[in-house]
Design a protein around this ligand. Sequence first.
Ligand SMILES: *Cc1c(COP(=O)(O)O)cnc(C)c1O
Length: 395
Amino acid sequence: MRSYNIDQDGYYGEFGGAYVPEVLYKCTQELRKAYVGIIESPDFQAEYRSLLRDYVGRPSPLYEAKRLGEKYGAHILLKREDLNHTGAHKINNALGQALLARRMGKTRIIAETGAGQHGVATATACALLDMPCRVYMGKTDIARQQPNVERMKMLGAEVYPVSSGNMTLKDAVNEAIRDWCCHPADTFYVMGSAVGPHPYPDLVARMQSVISEEIKWQLKEKVGRDYPDYLMACVGGGSNAIGTFYHYLDEMRTHLVLAEAGGMGYETPQTAATIHSGSVGILHGSRILVLQNKDGQILEPYSISAGLDYPGVGPAHCNLAKTHRAEVFSINDDEALRAAYEMTRLEGIIPALESAHILAALPKMKFQPDDIVVLTVSGRGDKDMTTYLKHVNEF
Ligand SMILES: *Cc1c(COP(=O)(O)O)cnc(C)c1O
């Protein structure tokens, strides 16, 4: 049977792989040889599981949103990653990779960040584990994400300003990769999403797979069967989505639904809808769909949501889309804003702007009244209040 999970060469169908310069080859090989054995060891699992429970606050609740369900004519259950420590799913991954780094004998952590969410999660894990941490961040992003910059500094991380390119996320990743090349012996690069050269997409997917692992037993408990009819998640690089789908990739009774950021519309230049508007290319060491011009120059993405503002998308998701295993919606800024206000007023939950993109896919779905729908709320909206308040008169 065909599987939608990774193959032994690091590919999902035609996507993925490790297209790295020779200096990085050794680093990725070292990680590739070490990660599965360490992650699956009882010792790692004991420490990781105990921190997920007592520090992150897992399991995150699976909450039936009755009013939302009434409105859209199905049983809608929200997977509440917004209730995790630091406010999103990113801590599952950052903490896991930091623990892996320590077991690999690495003493220094680097990471990249765009909106600052992954930077904060990594800085948090490093404070906890007492490891030095440098976070690469574009100067443009530093200027527009001040609260997260202050958080990282308070947590003891060094925020390293990047002034190449457009001074945003893509440039921060480039700079982090460069650092990794120069310090292969002592440094571990904590990748923020299910992107980058193999084995990162698989490593991140495994760390986030706790989401679907919990959905399985929580659903069994709540509705008597362990699979839903629909699983829904927003996609930037793809970590919360692959975590939500992981244990259901080959469960064909479950429909998979993704929402990417359309920005002003996927047919305009102001978009981050990589699956709708991208073409096959190599970005950050992986063969994926990329927003690029005809000369292969990467285009600057745009979305109202900083966390979805990436010019690529993970190889697993490229394959899910290409094979039609997943249905993919492009959600524009105004639709996401409307959905965020709706969720807040129906359920008393202010979602992150990223999560609002998948909520905005609900009116586009054709549910049956008995359908069981699990939708991941990847994060909370506190960080987005300035943006929400700008639009308060429209809703
Ligand atoms: C970073 C972020 C995302 C997008 O990243 P993925 O890797 O696609 O999950 C989504 N939601 C929130 C709350 C985020 O912070």
